[in-house]
Design a protein around this ligand. Sequence first.
Ligand SMILES: Cc1cc2nc3c(=O)[nH]c(=O)nc-3n(C[C@H](O)[C@H](O)[C@H](O)COP(=O)(O)OP(=O)(O)OC[C@H]3O[C@@H](n4cnc5c(N)ncnc54)[C@H](O)[C@@H]3O)c2cc1C
Length: 409
Amino acid sequence: MPISFELSKNSVLAREHYNKIALEQMRPVSREADTREHDLPQQWVDFWWNEGRKGSPGDPTAEGDGFVTVCIQAEELCFGDAGLYLRMPTAALGGSAVGAAGTPEQREKFMEPFKSSPHPVWGAMAITEPGAGSDSAAIESTADFDDATQEWVLNGTKIFCTAGDGASQVDGGFVVVWATIDKSAGRGGIKSFVVPANTPGMELVGLEKKMGIRASDTATLRFDDCRVPRENLLGSAEVRGKGKKPSGDKGFKGAMATFDASRPIVAAMAVGVGRASLDFLKEELARQGVTIRYDAAPHELTAIERDVMEMEAELQGARLLTWRSAQMMGQGKPNNLEASMAKAKAGLAVTQITQRAVQILGPLGQSQKLLVEKWMRDAKINDIFEGTQQINQLIVARRILDYSSAMLR
Ligand SMILES: Cc1cc2nc3c(=O)[nH]c(=O)nc-3n(C[C@H](O)[C@H](O)[C@H](O)COP(=O)(O)OP(=O)(O)OC[C@H]3O[C@@H](n4cnc5c(N)ncnc54)[C@H](O)[C@@H]3O)c2cc1C
């Protein structure tokens, strides 16, 4: 099969479109949004809702190449500002979960406000708990079915929920909450539930103060007898696990499949932040009269030239892995291995590239007059959420060795 590294015309147009937004709409408000953590970046939110999301050439969510375009959008907008990217009014991870595990009726119902609401709306996904992060099977939040009212009753606490403020407080949005309906079944009992914004019993208890992506709202949510209709369960209520009947529902595995779509996007976000640092570094070096001699023999290279070339190679490698995992996703091919490879590679690459840029730039790298120090702070999260570096490496090892999660943990 021929290998093509060319982007489609649609992807190239999308790249230009989102690059313009990054430079004209995001960069000018980047520092202010970082400084005023927890304040809604109103100008950006309104721009995205009313204009930005509508002007894209083609449909980035289309099948096939469309998913590569979604990653190009993530790279370009995070080249602008990763915190503002995460603060945009979109269905985000909550939408991915509804798309992956929901029925056509559920998709229609829960995604409708993202098309038609007169005001901006947000979606979020709440998996992490005080005692369950990397090991999401350790979730303790519960969902009990009330036969009398035909409702699910949710109880528990969720932490570090991206967009959790907007998604829980603004009508039309929703939070997809993972909870167990049967603790004795382990992973088999874990299901996801759509909790619409402002449902009684869902309380926003706090917002995280963070090192990076400070424009993004990261919430703690408490669920106290929070009731949602029966049909807000994504997938089937049948339980698989110890002593339980197998069912056709993919359950926990199905919920985990959301990551196969979200990891390429996070990898693309990382590439965007890394490129912001690297581009700035190269421009600054050029201003200082330092040119990178790509045709020089290895023994003639200066330390700076070698550094820049290594940073470029890391970034390109991460981007190619990202696009490959995205293309497979769009083509409906299993991409679990490739998505984790891209995420692990890009998470590490962005962390190293942004730190090296700060180091090479010396005092300029430290100064808050520039954004380089901010990009270093914004970088690290890409190596943490949607599976840490270690967890993604573990997944890669399992897939290559054909080991189950019980065999390699
Ligand atoms: C800004 C931000 C936004 C977030 N957004 C969301 C969100 O929207 N929704 C959501 O549900 N969660 C979100 N999270 C949570 C995030 O996904 C978790 O922090 C992450 O999964 C790690 O879990 P943990 O924090 O419990 O760390 P732990 O699982 O306790 O891990 C601590 C360390 O141990 C390592 N480790 C753990 N297990 C293993 C192992 N088996 N082998 C080797 N090393 C291991 C980890 O790699 C890590 O370095 C967010 C987090 C942050 C910081």
